[in-house]
Design a protein around this ligand. Structure first.
Ligand SMILES: O=P(O)(O)OC[C@H](O)CO
Length: 385
């Protein structure tokens, strides 16, 4: 791994904020209270009521003299129109775009900044899986159309999230790689500390160059004693993750997956991922498809360890994206994450092996087709390495 690895830090306070109507007002309130600095990094941001309110808050903060910097993904921000961009710029908000699309960049256009983070005055951070679109939140609309979580963090860990932003902010201009000697980084994944109050760590991925986010997940699953509960909207896990899940289920660990139902924005991804169902079900993994709203949250609970953030742990994300997750070992936060996942699984439909075997022909054809396409593209990309 090329990048430095962040250590565990104790003494943080975490709050799990479930769904846009809970986390957007909290984020806006923090921006409204900013005295010196606001940094925001998002993959998805597009025109709509949600972004209008967010832009209002950023513009107000900048007009009061706070330094406001926004780093948006060059593809994810294509839906952000000129009017909102100009409002930000005229108020003095500094805007940068990660890897803007260009025909000259060819396959390098696939590299995307998928992180989602907000840090205010270097003292309060919000991290998780949201974008700024009306699907996540609109004022006065409840519940939100998409089910998502963010976590508020106060304490020493906030400095690490600020650092992650600052490096990427610089790298966007100079294309400088990370310089390990400049960061408070470790060379290897740190051992898991005993569960304690406010224990947390920043795990990240920098496309193929650095992936402690997934190494940490695989290590946790391999050591799981009681449970592995994993929620993601785009279930295309790498072989290492699948193998760890299968082995955990076979040795009697309670392995449960919370995935999307037909209520998804990328149906082909769902079909391609369903090719893994039979083997997982035979090993004893329980699979739930979340129906009521589109499940967009990305969260894993392994015994008391939680990893939550931007990462879908799929082979596309981990090949091309910048990702960032919060890992925690904190009894209260673990209980909140478990309750959130449990509620999701309770309102989902569980898929049994019998029902799966009896699925109609048209479903089998779709799964074969998209599964085959996914595998073919991945094989082609592997050959280019
Ligand atoms: O990439 P995610 O997981 O942030 O989800 C955003 C979707 O791609 C929107 O279609």
């Amino acid at each position: 791994m090329m990048g430095p690895i962040f250590p565990w830090r104790s003494g943080n306070r975490f709050a799990l904020l479930i769904d846009g109507p809970c986390f957007f007002p909290a984020m806006l309130e923090a921006i409204a209270a900013a005295e010196r600095e606001v940094v925001l990094e998002l993959y998805l941001i597009e025109d709509g009521r949600c972004s209008e309110v967010l832009v209002d808050a950023l513009v107000t903060a900048a007009s009061r003299g706070a330094e406001v910097r926004c780093l948006f993904d060059g593809f994810g921000a294509l839906g952000l129109g000129r009017a909102l961009r100009q409002r930000l710029e005229s108020a003095g908000v500094q805007l940068r775009y990660y890897n803007p699309l260009s025909w000259r960049r060819g396959l390098r256009n696939l590299y995307r900044d998928h992180r989602k983070l907000l840090v205010v005055d270097r003292r309060l951070a919000f991290v998780g899986g949201t974008g700024s679109t009306d699907d996540f939140w609109q004022p006065d609309e409840e519940p939100s159309r998409w089910h998502e979580v963010m976590v508020s963090i106060a304490g020493p860990l906030v400095a690490h999230w600020q650092l992650l932003f600052d490096y990427q902010w610089l790298a966007c201009v100079s294309r400088r790689p990370w310089k390990p000697e400049e960061a408070p980084g470790l060379a290897h994944l740190p051992p898991l500390p005993p569960s304690g109050e406010g224990m947390g760590r920043l795990a990240y991925a920098d496309a193929r160059q650095h992936k402690d986010i997934v190494q940490s997940l695989v290590r946790s699953i391999r050591r799981a004693k009681h449970r592995v509960w994993l929620a993601t909207p785009y279930f295309l896990p790498s072989w290492k993750v699948r193998r760890a899940l299968l082995h955990a289920a076979r040795r009697g660990v309670d392995v449960q997956l919370l995935l999307t139902s037909r209520n998804t924005d990328h149906k082909p991804v769902r079909y391609a991922g369903q090719r893994y169902y039979p083997r997982l079900l035979r090993a004893g993994v329980r699979i739930h498809e979340h129906g009521p709203r589109f499940l967009h949250l990305k969260m894993v609970l392994v015994d008391d360890w939680v990893s939550v953030g931007s990462c879908n742990f799929d082979h596309w994300n981990l090949r091309f994206n910048l990702e960032a997750n919060l890992e925690t070992l904190d009894a209260e936060f673990t209980a909140a994450a478990a309750a959130c996942l449990q509620a999701g699984m309770t309102s989902a439909q569980e898929i049994s092996l019998e029902a799966w075997r009896a699925r109609p022909l048209r479903k089998r054809i779709r799964q074969r087709l998209w599964g085959w396409l996914d595998r073919m593209v991945v094989n082609l990309l592997d050959r280019r390495r």
